[in-house]
Ligand binder design. Structure first.
Ligand code: GRG
Length: 303
């Protein structure tokens, strides 16, 4: 009974926080005007298509964990979701996964054409940095911390982060790869943005270097568990719940944790990594259990 009550309280807060994040994202989108209006529309279509908003949520909760207050975190919350969205827009293109459906609606290139989808992805990536830089001008902002957060954001999105992981993933299509290479792909392709989310939350709240590193470790485990769960859902999930086609890995001849170890071991690994991440998080004795509950909810996520 108590457990059910906790679940419904968590669900209510999750919904409320998601709505708040949607408002923040909307407020940072460019005004649709001028000759380049079409690209602004495509950016909005892609960004405001729904989605779990996990990365900005993790960033905001980590900021709060270390006592961060006020709205300094908001431009970075918008920026991380813009980068995540650009990666999905480009990943769906015919040259990559060639998917026509995402977040419950047609992908950007289906609606706006391929050229505009490439440009909308580019625009979201660049606008993410324009947006994050707005933190420099906010009241009470410490320019050194904002600069440090920008360094993390750029590094984790690039060739030593998400793009690097995606490159190896694309090159490995149709191949049997080693567990070590699979780990590399997952850590970078999926883990890097999740790591940057929690690290930036810590940096902007003024956390110590040790605390920032601890967040990188927790987020690394969350990212790995999240990607393995994504593999599981691609086999076991439904198009209705996921808002995107299932069996996409099979279609693209991807070697995944599930093809490597099987469904049961994959599920155990998600649980193991998530438990470890929660254990590490408990060392920070947060008064608010929300972040821990959020991590726990990811183990059983259906979308
Ligand atoms: C194109 C440079 C470039 C990178 C693409 C992120 C990515 C790399 C590809 C998307 C496909 C994929 C399976 C990525 C792994 C990360 C992942 C599980 C993304 C989906 O994230 P969710 O579930 O999506 O948070 P929503 O829609 O909820 O935001």
């Amino acid at each position: 009974m108590n457990c059910e009550k906790n679940d419904s309280l968590f669900g209510k807060r999750l919904d409320e926080k998601t709505v708040q994040i949607e408002e923040i994202l909307k407020s940072y989108l460019p005004e649709k005007s001028g000759y380049q209006q079409d690209i602004m529309e495509a950016m909005e279509y892609s960004l405001m298509a729904g989605g779990k908003r996990l990365r900005p949520m993790l960033m905001q909760e980590t900021y709060r964990l270390f006592g961060g207050e006020g709205n300094l975190i908001e431009p970075f919350m918008a920026a991380i979701e813009m980068i995540h969205t650009y990666s999905l827009v480009h990943d769906d293109l015919p040259a990559m996964d060639n998917d026509e459906y995402r977040r419950g609606r047609e992908t950007t290139h289906i609606v706006y054409g391929e050229a505009m989808a490439i440009l909308a992805g580019d625009a979201l990536l660049n606008y993410a940095f324009e947006t994050a830089c707005r933190a420099f001008d906010m009241e009470g902002a410490d320019g050194r911390l904002v600069g440090k957060a920008l360094k993390i954001l750029s590094g984790k999105a690039g060739i030593y982060g998400m793009v690097g992981g995606q490159v190896v993933d694309v090159e490995s299509e149709g191949q049997q790869i080693t567990g070590e290479k699979l780990d590399f792909i997952y850590r970078l392709k999926t883990g890097a943005l999740i790591e940057s989310s929690m690290m930036i939350g810590a940096v902007l709240s003024g956390a110590s270097q040790d605390q920032i590193q601890a967040m990188e470790s927790i987020a690394g485990k969350v990212g790995m568990a999240f990607q393995i769960q994504d593999d599981i859902l691609d086999v076991e999930g439904s198009r209705e719940e996921l808002g995107k086609p299932v069996h996409s890995d099979e279609k693209n001849k991807k070697f995944t944790y599930v093809t490597w170890k099987g469904l049961e071991d994959a599920k155990k690994e998600v649980e193991r990594l998530s438990m470890e991440a929660m254990e590490e998080l408990r060392a920070f004795h947060s008064k608010d259990p929300y972040l821990e509950m959020l991590l726990e909810s990811l183990i059983h996520r259906k979308k």
